[in-house]
Design a protein around this ligand. Structure first.
Ligand code: PGA
Length: 246
């Protein structure tokens, strides 16, 4: 039985004060049946670690460098994230693929760097609206996942995969539970062909998950939780989504 995982992706939002208030709200609502995590912007990770002491809510980052260390101005290594107390690192979010030119291989290299330090990569895959309308959804997500499968090899079961259709992110348009499940089933089948541990791996859905649609998405056979953007910024909303993950 896979324990569900609900991850907040705060993106480039928040202040010291608003983060403290948000985390206090989440802590007041603990415990959850699911595992919960929040992925904060780099400058706030240290204060989040302190705010989450004694909590079961895990901490994650939203990106990392593929390099181990060295002259890479502005980059943040996985070793630093591990050092500070992160458990998860989102890699290959569609906003990074689109605005920072991240390729399938770079995303795979980042996932490998995360696993190498004992952290858990949350690998995002997903098609654009144009790709969906052209009937290319399966091909796109399989290509994106394939790069990670080949690069991680026997370490693949250590990853979490998040299916996030680009057209559903921040738009209020959620994939229907059936649409999401259809792609999750494809991804699960691709993972089964690569590893005997595919049925223990968690596949998250992301894209306009809200308190009122979370339960029906999480009820699908291959949806093991969510990656939550906008709705993770309010304690009441994120808490309600965590409670919907049973
Ligand atoms: P959203 O974002 O929930 O605001 O659509 C999800 C994500 O980008 O991870």
């Amino acid at each position: 039985m896979r324990r569900k995982l609900v991850v907040g992706n705060w993106k480039m939002h928040g202040t010291l004060a608003s983060n403290a208030e948000l985390l206090a709200g989440l802590r007041a609502a603990e415990p959850f049946v699911c595992e919960a995590a929040v992925c904060a912007p780099f400058p706030y990770l240290a204060s989040c670690v302190l705010a989450l002491q004694g909590s079961h809510i895990a901490l994650g980052a939203q990106d990392c460098s593929a390099h181990e260390q060295g002259a890479y101005t502005g980059e943040v290594s996985v070793a630093m994230l591990a050092d500070i107390g992160c458990r998860y690192v989102i890699v290959g979010h569609s906003e990074r693929r689109a605005y920072h030119g991240e390729t399938d291989q770079l995303v795979a290299d980042k996932a490998k760097a995360v696993v190498a330090k004992g952290l858990v990569p949350i690998v995002c895959v997903g098609e654009t609206l144009a790709e969906r309308e052209a009937g290319h959804t399966a091909e796109v997500v399989k290509r994106q996942l394939s790069a990670v499968i080949h690069t991680l090899g026997h370490c693949m079961p250590q990853a979490v995969v998040a299916y996030e259709p680009v057209w559903a992110i921040g738009t209020g348009k959620t994939a229907s539970p059936e649409q999401a499940q259809e792609v999750h089933a494809l991804l699960r089948a691709q993972l089964r062909a690569a590893t005997s541990h595919a049925d223990q791996m968690r596949l998250l859905y992301g894209g306009s998950v809200k308190a009122d649609n979370a339960a029906s998405l999480f009820a699908q056979a291959d949806i093991d939780g969510g990656l939550i953007g906008g709705a993770s910024l309010k304690a009441a909303d994120f808490t309600a989504i965590c409670r919907a993950a049973l």
